[in-house]
Design a protein around this ligand. Structure first.
Ligand code: 0RA
Length: 631
């Protein structure tokens, strides 16, 4: 017997060492990381143990102090960790501080934070601290013991007398483990404040000796105060948050909620003081009951008629600010971040507690009930209207929604602007040939009739009223002036295609002036081109040559010598669709000149479009000589 006992003891001791060694070897497994998040976790872990005492009803004060050397003290006025000898010859205190997950084995029962999600136990904090001191006030005495890296380095000693009870743990995070040991007080304050809201009547004092900052959190109203704080600055639908609390099948359920006039919902749920941001069975129970009870009431009060649809969960929760806090024996946390409550029995417990209380409340407070139901009905109507609008929008293609395309535009079928070309063609007959000649998939044709408005001499509102210009802008899709938006361009090539004569050149300059003055970014983006239709067609035997000017014609004629015929095109309109395609539109054979930003400047524009006709003609010719070949 004695032998067996001692080997048990040794085995256990080895197990203990393995346990805390493992924590130091893989701290991330226990506290998430060795960065700031893991560091702050140490404080939460110790505080959670004090919170457990508070939940059990034995503690109403917790004092958290960050010292100048980044050591932390957590002091509570709970029962004090038991110091009596545990059966394995060690004090209960030492077992709690050196054995993983041992905390919950003492004292039993009760709702616990520690041992749950965060609750890896204070032993983990001990393992990751270069030094840890614990003082226990119990049975009229004060006990002290010191640890380092998880191992006791002193015996448990009585150090003084006290009539009070409580536990004080002071620890220094091991700088050999953590990336930083610098605590951030704001981070800690968020959680401490939340803890005070969730534990009505618990006073949590925070002191930062590095900055002399101190805060006291004490919420007489608990989660009711939490809801009030969340709704601060909003327009609330009724004055005081509604509060329900009940205990059923050993589960405590607390709900506080209020409505504001916003469209959003603010909902925080907790299980054993742990935030369940991924929801879980308690939230499901709450939602089911809420939606059902609201619908039942609305039908009974005839606020919803027989053929009205039921209110949805989203409808009844519009404007809701709610805290749901439950306490249960063995919480199961699931999900990606272990922030979802999994205990299946909880759904029906929360459902029935909330349904009973909410039903009774609505019966008793008819005017509040009416207000809430009316808000939910308003939400339902808005939802319905939004759905209808969405459906309507979905039926329209983006083109139908934009300003209508000009009737004489022969659009291309591709909707990818990067591939699409728009030809602005002088005259209806050339326009007709171009429409026949084009490659329909990506080439669009907009025929222009006669001379277009000289924008250099016209105000923007006149330009906007001009039919030809309106058609160009509508086809482009970009808008004009301050409404211009390059990203809306429906074509990344705008090709000006005019006759190769002086009139054609004039129309060209009018169009380019419009583009330069009012659609300038198209030029900067390199979207604007000038087509180069030929002036002559030379047939020589079976060969055909197109010449764009007299110089080219001379060259061709020199080579041909005899037996040729020359055709001079007076305009694009004289070309057959095949000729137009071959010479001017076929990307394989055509020549396009890109209009460069330097092509025009303010001076050039006024010269071009001003009243000195001789200068103008000269200038126009110069301009087109300057354009660079690029297609
Ligand atoms: C185990 C059993 C009892 C209390 C505690 C642990 C306890 C742990 C911590 C950690 C920080 N503060 C704490 N306060 C209490 C119950 C002891 C009893 O039954 O008297």
């Amino acid at each position: 017997m004695a032998k067996a006992k001692s080997s048990d003891y040794n085995a256990d001791k080895i197990h203990v060492l393995e346990g805390l060694k493992a924590v130091r070897k893989r701290p991330g497994m226990y506290i998430g990381s060795t960065g700031p998040s893991g560091l702050h976790h140490l404080v939460y872990e110790v505080v959670d143990n004090s919170i457990d005492e508070a939940m059990a009803g034995y503690c109403d004060q917790i004092l958290v102090t960050i010292h100048r050397d980044n050591s932390v003290t957590v002091e509570d006025n709970g029962r004090g960790i038991p110091v009596d000898k545990h059966k394995k010859g060690k004090s209960a205190l030492e077992v709690i501080l050196t054995v993983l997950h041992s905390g919950s084995k003492f004292g039993g029962g009760g709702y616990k934070v520690s041992g749950g999600l965060h609750g890896v136990g204070v032993s983990v904090v001990n393992a990751l601290s270069s030094q840890l001191d614990v003082w226990v006030k119990r049975d009229g005495k004060v006990y002290h013991q010191q640890y380092s890296k998880g191992k006791a380095v002193s015996a448990l000693q009585e150090v003084s007398l006290s009539s009070r009870t409580g536990t004080t743990i002071k620890f220094s995070p091991d700088p050999g483990i953590f990336e930083t040991v610098e605590f951030d007080s704001d981070t800690l304050l968020i959680r401490l404040r939340e803890m005070a809201y969730l534990n009505r009547g618990l006073k949590i004092t925070f002191r930062d000796e590095r900055s002399d900052r101190s805060e006291v959190f004490f919420q007489k109203g608990g989660i009711v105060d939490f809801v009030k704080a969340l709704n601060e600055g909003t327009q609330v639908l009724f004055d005081k948050p509604i509060y329900f609390s009940a205990e059923k099948s050993d589960v405590q359920v607390e709900i506080a909620f209020q409505y504001n006039d916003a469209f959003s919902e603010t909902f925080y749920s907790f299980a054993n003081n742990i935030r369940t941001s991924e929801g879980g069975t308690h939230e499901v129970g709450f939602r089911n009951a809420h939606t059902r009870v609201f619908n039942d009431y609305a039908r009974k009060a005839r606020l919803l008629k027989a053929d009205d649809q039921n209110l949805t969960g989203d409808d009844v929760r519009e404007g809701l600010t709610c805290i749901l806090s439950i306490r249960l024996q063995e919480p199961q946390f699931e999900g990606q971040t272990k922030a979802k409550l999994g205990n299946s029995e909880i759904r029906s417990i929360v459902d029935s507690v909330f349904a009973e209380n909410l039903g009774a409340y609505l019966e008793k407070h008819q005017s509040v009930a009416r207000k809430l139901i009316e808000k939910a009905i308003g939400a339902a109507k808005a939802r319905d209207a939004a759905r209808k609008a969405r459906e309507l929008a979905r039926r329209k293609t983006p083109l139908e929604q934009a300003s209508p395309l000009p009737g004489k535009l022969a659009d291309c079928s591709s909707k990818d602007p990067a591939l699409c070309e728009l030809f602005l063609v002088e005259g209806d007959s050339a326009g007709g040939s171009a429409k026949q000649a084009r490659y329909r998939a990506n080439q669009a044709i907009l025929p222009l009739r006669g001379k277009i408005l000289n924008v250099e001499k016209a105000a923007l509102d006149k330009i906007k009223a001009n039919e030809e210009l309106k058609a160009i802008v509508a086809a482009l899709g970009t808008g004009i002036g301050k409404d211009f938006d390059l990203s809306k361009a429906r074509y990344h090539k705008l090709v000006v295609m005019t006759d190769a004569d002086v009139d054609g050149a004039h129309i060209k300059t009018l169009l380019l002036t419009l583009v330069f003055r009012h659609l300038g970014p198209l030029i900067e983006a390199g979207y604007v081109y000038i087509a180069q239709p030929p002036l002559y067609k030379v047939r020589h035997g079976k060969k055909t040559h197109y010449c764009q000017n007299d110089r080219e014609l001379e060259k061709v004629l020199k080579n041909a010598k005899t037996g040729y015929s020359i055709q001079r095109f007076k305009g694009l309109g004289e070309m057959s669709p095949e000729e137009l395609w071959e010479t001017t539109m076929d990307p394989e054979t055509r020549t396009l000149k890109r209009v460069e930003p330097s092509f025009f400047d303010d001076d050039a524009c006024s010269t071009c479009m001003g009243n000195d006709i001789a200068r103008r003609r000269e200038f126009i010719q110069e301009c087109f000589a300057q354009t660079k070949d690029r297609s």
